[in-house]
Design a protein around this ligand. Structure first.
Ligand code: ADP
Ligand code: NI
Length: 218
């Protein structure tokens, strides 16, 4: 159970993030945050992780994104000052900062999440890129970029070199193979893995239907 102070902080964080991301269209809108937070809570309970830290880190995890700030450092400093201004206890605020800075790390070879709570939040974020939500987001992203959702001349099920991929226009269907179908093997927690398996199977079934319908076979 969360304390009254924790519940108040979660309420304020929700308001802050909702205001910040209401008009975001890069795939990191408020409802992405909402879903990640809901999944983080579900996994945290199953895994016995600190619910308050997971919930707060999930709410704030995209605020420092370089797409929304001049730089990642500036973004992280904003999150830090929000935590200070809202009197989040020091151990929790340090933990949240540690999670968010590891998650937003864009350099090569992402460092693994150091704590159970970090693993939970990263799993929750990855879950939103797969399953029914992942399918919605991949097509929304592709459409927003004005791309085709599928191009049979660059069948991603065939072996292709990195270069061939880059030269071909990235389609929504391509992105399943480049990233989405790989995410289930990157899950950190047991419960995250269980959820990812169901969502992965759903994407696999979807792709099977997609190719069958493309050829009028279903
Ligand atoms: P995050 O920052 O949440 O790890 P991204 O910013 O890479 O993820 O992607 C946000 C969403 O847009 C995800 O659901 C992802 O699948 C989708 N997306 C990213 N790149 C592409 C792409 N090249 N084609 C289609 N969808 C994409
Ligand atoms: Ni995210």
């Amino acid at each position: 159970m969360e304390t009254i102070l924790q519940t108040l902080i979660i309420q304020k964080a929700t308001e802050f993030v909702r205001n910040e991301l209401e008009n975001e269209s890069s795939g990191h809108d408020w409802y992405h945050i909402y879903r990640v937070t809901q999944s983080a809570k579900t996994i945290a309970i199953e895994e016995g992780a600190d619910l308050f830290v997971c919930e707060l880190a999930a709410l704030l995890h995209d605020i420092a994104d370089p797409k929304l700030n001049i730089s990642e450092e500036v973004g992280l400093a904003r999150v830090n000052s929000w935590l200070e201004q809202n009197e989040v206890p020091r151990d929790a605020s340090e933990h949240v900062m540690q999670i968010i800075s590891t998650m937003s790390y864009k350099g090569g070879g992402k460092p693994p999440m150091a704590t159970l709570e970090g693993k939970v939040v990263q799993d929750a974020d990855r879950l939103d890129a797969i399953g029914a939500m992942g399918i919605a987001r991949v097509f929304a992203f592709s459409g927003a970029k004005g791309r085709k959702f599928h191009d049979p001349s660059i069948d991603p099920r065939m072996d292709m070199s990195e270069e061939e991929y880059r030269n071909g226009e990235d389609t929504a269907i391509n992105h399943f193979y480049e990233k989405l179908l790989k995410l289930k093997d990157l899950m950190n927690t047991n419960y995250g893995k269980t959820l990812a398996m169901g969502r992965h199977q759903f994407m696999q079934d979807y792709l099977d239907r997609f190719y069958a319908e493309w050829e009028g076979k279903k």
